[in-house]
Design a protein around this ligand. Sequence first.
Ligand code: BGC
Length: 379
Amino acid sequence: MQRRFVLLLTVVGALALAVVVTACGSSKKSSSTSTGSAGASTTSSSSGSGGGKIALLLPENRTARYESQDRPLFEARVKELCPNCSVLYSNAEQDAAKQQAQAEAAITNGAKVLVVDAVDGRAAASIVTRAKQSKIPVIAYDRLISNSDLDYYVSFDNRRVGELQATSLVNRLRADGSRGNLVMINGAPTDANAAQFRAGAHSVLDSSGFRIAREYDTPDWSPDRAQAEMDQAITALGKTGFVGVYAANDGTGGAAIASMRSQGIDPATRPTTGQDAELAGIQRIVAGTQYMTVYKAIRPEAQDSATFAVALAQGKTPDATLVNTRTNNGQKDVPSVILTPVAVTSRNINDTVVRDGYWTAAQICTSAYAAQCRRLGIQ
Ligand code: BGC
């Protein structure tokens, strides 16, 4: 009796499940069909070419990531999700006025959404205002745009980046038994991220027992400026007057290392930080001239932004499950995707950038680095 009842329940349950599955399947199918035709009709009516236009505005091209990672990864994801969409790409070469003009041009050219990595996080509020006048949504990419009606923000935990850099530096110096002065080379004063990196780093360095003897903000994140800053610090402190260098990214770190070299200082004796896991930075770590970098997986950053952008370009509501927090930009709590940065030293190159395919061992281990690569087990 009981057995029969269980059997009956199972049959009823299975039937119910089948009905639900069928319903879901058909609703999914119908929604994707309607998406496809909605996407196509919106775009064909607007552009005549059957594709929605997505503007990607990047801030500069002296830092390697933008042209080698952000742009290609973003474009590839857009193509994958929406073969008929097109990306209107511009690079502002560190010029905020140029970026404003590029945004205007993108709007005039029919962009349905702007993805902006702002040269100047305050000034770019006027880009958002302008876009909103034309009902165009804006995604802040990597750098927050303050006091503006942003739709989304996709970035990393940038304060954490500064903490990781400073903690690695201090731990290494303590392990070496070093004491004394540090030189601090921060990023561009106009970049919202740079302030976060600096604040995160100060939160560790200020109570570390090391003294920040010289500190610079580096306009435009320019490696040339960073090298001049380091030259100046060495002149002021003397060649033996500092034990390590906090540099906010690989561009400025590489510049500080070049400055040390040009003044006859062995950079291996002055641990220097970085950020971006640039190929050149990783190779300096392999060679022992740079101590660490911070790896930020740009793939999910670019892909999540592209996912938002495609949905917005098609007039749809983006996948809310990607959003993992909100970030206050002075005007609103902006739905955000905040990704986690990772510290990289010679010990975990394999387990981070190589494992992720960010760089292959073959790219890193060119002939000049082959011996050290073998020693570090990079393969
Ligand atoms: C980015 C860094 C980059 C720097 C210079 C920052 O906003 O987060 O990855 O190195 O700008 O372009």
